[in-house]
Design a protein around this ligand. Structure first.
Ligand SMILES: *[C@@H]1O[C@H](CO)[C@@H](O)[C@H](O)[C@H]1NC(C)=O
Ligand SMILES: *[C@@H]1O[C@H](CO)[C@@H](O)[C@H](O)[C@H]1NC(C)=O
Ligand SMILES: *[C@@H]1O[C@H](CO)[C@@H](O)[C@H](O)[C@H]1NC(C)=O
Ligand SMILES: *[C@@H]1O[C@H](CO)[C@@H](O)[C@H](O)[C@H]1NC(C)=O
Ligand SMILES: *[C@@H]1O[C@H](CO)[C@@H](O)[C@H](O)[C@H]1NC(C)=O
Ligand SMILES: *[C@@H]1O[C@H](CO)[C@@H](O)[C@H](O)[C@H]1NC(C)=O
Ligand SMILES: *[C@@H]1O[C@H](CO)[C@@H](O)[C@H](O)[C@H]1NC(C)=O
Ligand SMILES: *[C@@H]1O[C@H](CO)[C@@H](O)[C@H](O)[C@H]1NC(C)=O
Ligand SMILES: *[C@@H]1O[C@H](CO)[C@@H](O)[C@H](O)[C@H]1NC(C)=O
Ligand SMILES: *[C@@H]1O[C@H](CO)[C@@H](O)[C@H](O)[C@H]1NC(C)=O
Ligand SMILES: *[C@@H]1O[C@H](CO)[C@@H](O)[C@H](O)[C@H]1NC(C)=O
Ligand SMILES: *[C@@H]1O[C@H](CO)[C@@H](O)[C@H](O)[C@H]1NC(C)=O
Ligand SMILES: [Cu+2]
Length: 601
């Protein structure tokens, strides 16, 4: 496979790339103002101390969280990644649509093979209509736990926000901390079919905060002036959990979600799924002092126990006053089981839908899919499966009964080169069997799923509606934050129970639905999304809980080319990391032992 691409010198890469850039941006009226930025990302290990232990983590440029990428709407960024770590890594630009440019999207074995230790690869990240906050993260194994950072997208030069210009801003990256060598552990656990690793705390800008052992000295602190309005750019970079977040004494006005503006919503807390980003206004008009900002797990699995961690940071008003009392805690931060708080918040999100920020919700649906998202089981080596016995023996996740298996050559390359044998195009639009999705059951005929590398092919410009239906198979009902690469989608509906195709569509919001790249399928409920398939290429979609992705709750859209060059997948860059050496690679494995399924859904 490595012979596919000729190596060429770097300046050639850039010249070719800028020509294509002009072509792509030429579609936008003010393309002249687009800038090109260059970043060098060096993947290297650093030593940190957390929870009283010395640990080694892989980072970008020795920073945790990693560097912030700052652009204006419509700019292009080249990120030259050099891997000085010990294993292959890929990077993804979460929420950046990258028109026609799947080559730089990043999910391992979907659009590329890993950048090997010692190698380098330059991503070309093409911004189009995104504005606000997004983020980047590693997209191989669980490496995104420590390899992630924010992307700030300012309005184009000469334009401004749809709200008063803030007096200042800060980036808040919410993360999760894993004790030990996460990369080693996840690979061993997959190999030995053990439970997946669990985090040991929540981070705010890389720090656990005052409520964790040995962490007080390094709690993140942010100084604010009295009487100002600040823009907080909040990223949920947590690996496996959704979070509530609040700031003591202060309400939060959410004005943007996932790189699109929304109608302002004032709340005393917010809930973000892993993958979501929010732009939030904070007015500092409270008695000068110290206030905690805090994060807490939002948990929906029936059998699981809330982890009880509190991530925290401190907002301190500047000025001369009594600082000695301890900061105030946001007592209205919802409890981990507060489903109502989460659903209420998500339900308030609405697009601006005005003249300056119009919506274009697809009305004439040409492709409809109904997708069950489930916990499921697989049969060990596929020979010792005994459905009569009632149990498979490997815990998995699936969509429409298919648990995704990574190929050893990325889908994009196989598709572009027309090489068969690495994937099939029969991902089902509909469940093979209709059943009462929300009923708890261990029925092996429903819970034991199939495995495959099955993709869904869409014609260019297809108007797509997907209804995601959460199931209770294996008593594993939970919310699933579904994320689509290459697109933002409109969330037109959500509800409890089994989707009813007569009464539920009547409740759709086709006027001002939020446009996002990640959104939760409610526990034992459904989510309806719409988008136009106008971005040709190969695009992963998956649950953004890393464990569910690892277990197979993912698949791929191949969106075919339109009639013109601008509506077609671009040719590959001169160099892509080669796909050699993965016949038995751990990265292609997708399962874990299900001896005690209930212990770790
Ligand atoms: C990226 O950086 C490496 C050094 O780590 C260098 O060899 C390579 O030429 C750079 N690539 C580009 C496109 O600038
Ligand atoms: C991290 O700590 C280990 C063990 O103490 C040491 O061998 C290594 O050189 C350190 N690495 C860095 C980057 O400081
Ligand atoms: C962590 O590393 C520091 C500096 O190398 C050392 O002084 C300390 O004893 C180590 N702590 C533990 C718990 O290993
Ligand atoms: C960076 O990668 C290119 C291939 O794209 C290779 O020719 C070059 O030697 C690499 N540079 C370094 C410093 O490894
Ligand atoms: C701090 O460490 C002690 C002793 O190991 C432990 O009992 C306690 O639960 C820890 N507290 C937190 C908040 O992690
Ligand atoms: C904060 O927002 C809530 C709505 O979530 C509202 O009920 C409350 O009055 C607001 N508090 C302040 C101090 O404005
Ligand atoms: C400042 O804090 C100290 C310690 O909590 C307290 O004794 C003192 O009364 C406070 N002063 C004011 C002016 O609030
Ligand atoms: C909807 O699609 C049908 C079939 O392609 C077409 O005839 C009709 O004009 C479309 N309606 C709208 C409003 O676009
Ligand atoms: C499958 O399980 C059933 C029920 O436990 C058992 O009776 C049967 O012998 C098993 N079949 C095989 C092939 O092991
Ligand atoms: C489906 O299962 C749920 C949960 O057990 C139950 O409440 C509901 O009535 C069932 N629906 C049908 C149509 O049987
Ligand atoms: C899922 O696929 C497996 C294997 O082909 C099959 O046995 C099972 O009946 C299917 N279940 C559903 C719900 O379609
Ligand atoms: C609606 O659902 C019913 C019951 O599942 C089914 O028979 C019918 O074909 C569906 N209608 C449409 C338009 O999908
Ligand atoms: Cu999930």
């Amino acid at each position: 496979m490595e012979g596919f691409f000729q190596l060429q010198n770097a300046s050639h890469v850039l010249i070719v790339a800028s020509c294509v850039l002009l072509l792509v941006l030429g579609q936008f009226p003010s393309w002249v103002s687009a800038d090109v930025h260059y970043y060098d990302f060096l993947l290297k290990e650093i030593n940190v101390t957390k929870l009283c232990l010395n640990e080694t983590i892989l980072t970008v440029n020795g920073l945790f969280p990693g560097p912030v990428i700052r652009v204006r709407k419509g700019d292009t960024v080249y990120v030259n990644v050099t891997n000085q770590g010990n294993y292959g890594v890929t990077l993804h630009w979460h929420g950046v649509k990258q028109p026609g440019n799947s080559w730089s999207d990043g999910p391992v074995f979907v659009t590329q093979c890993p950048i090997q230790p010692g190698a380098n690869f330059t991503y070309e990240v093409i911004f189009s209509d995104e504005e606000g906050t997004l983020w980047w993260h590693a997209h191989s194994d669980w490496t995104r736990a420590t390899i992630h950072g924010a992307i700030v997208i300012l309005p184009k030069e000469g334009t401004t926000y749809p709200f008063s210009h803030p007096d200042g801003e800060d980036v808040i990256v919410l993360g999760s901390w894993y004790t030990g060598d996460l990369h080693k552990e996840i690979n061993e656990d997959m190999e030995t079919h053990a439970d997946i690793p669990h985090s040991s705390g929540y981070l705010i800008n890389g720090e656990l905060g005052d409520f964790s052992n040995c962490s007080r000295g390094t709690t993140y602190r942010w100084s604010v002036d009295y009487g100002k309005t600040y823009l907080l750019r909040i990223v949920n970079a947590v690996v496996d959990d959704e979070l509530f977040f609040a700031i003591a004494g202060h309400n939060l006005t959410v004005v943007g979600l996932d790189g699109s503006y929304i109608k302002p919503v004032e709340m005393s807390y917010i809930m973000l799924s892993p993958g979501n980003t929010a732009d939030v206004l904070l007015t500092t008009n409270k008695p000068p002092g110290h206030y905690y900002m805090a994060s807490r797990q939002f948990l929906t699995e029936k059998e699981a126990t809330p982890d009880g961690y509190t991530g925290s940071a401190i907002i301190e008003y500047t000025g001369d006053y009594n600082f000695s009392s301890s900061p105030i805690f946001p007592h209205y931060l919802p409890q981990s089981r507060d489903m109502t708080a989460a659903v209420t918040f998500m339900g308030l999100m609405k697009s601006l839908a005005n003249e300056d920020y119009p919506v274009s919700v697809p009305m004439n649906i040409t492709t409809k899919m109904f997708i069950t998202v489930s916990m499921s089981e697989l049969c060990g080596d596929r020979t010792d499966c005994n459905i009569t016995a009632g149990r498979g023996n490997i815990l998995a996740s699936s969509m429409n009964n298919i648990s995704w298996v990574n190929p050893i050559v990325d889908i994009l390359q196989a598709y572009y080169r027309n090489v068969s044998g690495y994937y099939t195009t029969d991902f089902p639009d509909w469940p093979l069997v209709m059943y009462n999705f929300t009923k708890d059951t261990f029925d092996p005929h429903l819970a034991i799923s199939d495995q495959g590398t099955k993709v869904k092919v869409l014609n260019y410009n297809e108007s797509v509606e997907i209804i995601f239906q959460g199931t209770a198979l294996l008593d594993g009902a939970a919310v699933h934050p579904m994320h689509l690469h290459g697109y933002a989608f409109y969330v037109v509906g959500m509800g409890q129970g089994n989707f009813n195709n007569e009464t539920d569509p009547v409740t759709y919001n086709l006027v001002d639905p939020p446009k996002v790249n990640t959104f939760i399928v409610p526990r034992n409920g459904w989510l309806a999304i719409r988008f136009i398939a106008n971005n040709p290429g190969v695009w992963l979609w998956h649950c953004h809980f890393e464990r569910h992705l690892t277990w197979g709750m993912d698949t791929v859209f191949i969106v075919k080319n339109g009639d013109t060059e601008e509506t077609s997948l671009r040719p590959p860059p001169p160099y892509m990391p080669p796909c050699t050496g993965y016949p038995n690679n751990i990265l292609t494995k997708k399962w874990s032992y299900a001896g005690d399924v209930l212990d770790y859904l």
